[in-house]
Design a protein around this ligand. Sequence first.
Ligand code: NOJ
Length: 592
Amino acid sequence: MTSLARPPAPSTLTTSPLHAASPAGPWWRDAVIYQVYPRSFADADGDGIGDLPGITARLDHLAELGVDAVWLSPFYRSPQRDAGYDVADYRDVDPLFGTLADADALLARAHALGLRVIVDLVPNHTSSEHPWFRAARTAAPGSPERGRYLFRDGRGPAGDEPPNNWTSVFGGSAWTRVTEPDGTPGQWYLHLFDPSQPDLDWSNPEVRAEFEDVLRFWLDRGVDGFRVDVAHGMVKAPGLPDWHGTTAMIDGGHDGTFGSEDGATGAGSAGPMWDQEPLHEIYRAWNGVLAQYAGDRALVAEAWVEPMSRLARYVRPGEMHQAFNFAFLTTLWSAPDLRAVIVESLEANDEVGAPTTWVLSNHDVVRHTSRLGLEVPGSRPNGIGATDPQPDEEVGLRRGRAASLLMLGLPGSAYVYQGEELGLPEHTTLADEERQDPAWWRSEHTERGRDGCRVPLPWAAAEAGYGFSPTGATWLTQPDSFARYAADVQRGVPGSTYELYRTALRVRREQGLGTGSLAWADGLRTEAGRAVGEDVLAFVNRDVLVVATVGEADVVLPPQAVPLVTSGPTRTTADGRVVVPADTTVWALLTD
Ligand code: NOJ
């Protein structure tokens, strides 16, 4: 009788299921994987560049944080023209980073701490200093040495036009002409990235055999998996046809490399250099290699492919195990857009039985705390310089923490980029003279590039170089603001970003959120008693209600929801109800 007279009670939470909880499975299905960028994590030898012993010494930090695994960006022998993504020897450690014995020690320590280790595999291209490419340069056109790469004659009567019109992801032509050993202008070779990164020809069985052997080399040393660089680019369409779209790996709105102003992933998957069918045969073969080893080793695709259903083809049974969800990373700070990408991601991966991954930051994009403080929150300039519009640090941090807690509340596996657990912002005023990303000069100084997210980590606020290195040296200058973010001023401090991540990871594990479910929650009300609009994301994962106020503020939690983790301060009404303000995420345990 009385129920008709009253507004619906806030406790009448209704749910629409989207994704069911999964049974226990291999570790990678729900793992939180921490990306270590070796040159910027921790330096043990004092040269200002991070190294493997530095990482090993700090693994306790990661175990204490509560992640499940570590992914190491490349540490192999390399001239470092693209920060190690230009590999000259896939079976050795660059002296900058240490030795093979150091890699073994890192693996042993990580495993002793219960951390899995994924290493980077860079199969699309080698370094131009790789013995194969050195041999190819001095060999004749048509030789087996050249046949490992994509050498072609040029166009035009004198062969002085590139073989096709493709551009490099880093800007400029994707072709470089060599001088033949007799001194005459010669053939051209393809490089989707820098000229120091010649693309391999994956139709050549020798290339395939070599990389299967490289996989075994690291599997034998005990790695738990591989993050596969440019996993959608290794095979090119037959005949290398001209392409009038952009060649950018990730274009999205401008002719750049790793940026976008409009929230599009801009994955260049339509072009003849991306997402070709024969790739899948390579991954089936690699899956077979990994399957010969115990311990659920994993293959992770770095594939900027759209739509999500197309990306999900990389993680079909018998292929790779996970693919980075760049559509999530590139979504603007908008609840309807985030909801759409969450739906699309879970549906596409459920279709093939794969876990969905979530990621907000990595070594290629502006850190999410800074992106979310920009005028268009979540947009991705390809780097930010001192003369560019600056992000609002406070707003960005608040939203960044909310975004992280939202991400960690989703079912699947999540990636955390080093420093993210400290709430670290991008270095947005780095001197241009210090920039080392090839995108900066290949774009003729129109794209500042990725150095701002690669600045050495601050470990200790009062030490030189913020404790990154025993000498205080750092390969890029750290901004003064890093003092506020150093690990030692956050550890044990309630409310710090570090403690937020630590708590979230513990609760995520305790509540089984990684293998959990997702049902959209309806029925939430604002403090004024209105039904919340589409600016709020609310879902239930197992017994946990996750509420993220992306636009709308002052959402009242239902009385049966008891807060477990909050990304920022909440309020309590006089009658004891919890109110979630703007740009905040709350996890609350549903008690009935
Ligand atoms: C993707 C890597 O993440 C990026 O850092 C690198 O520049 C390109 N692949 C080329 O290897």
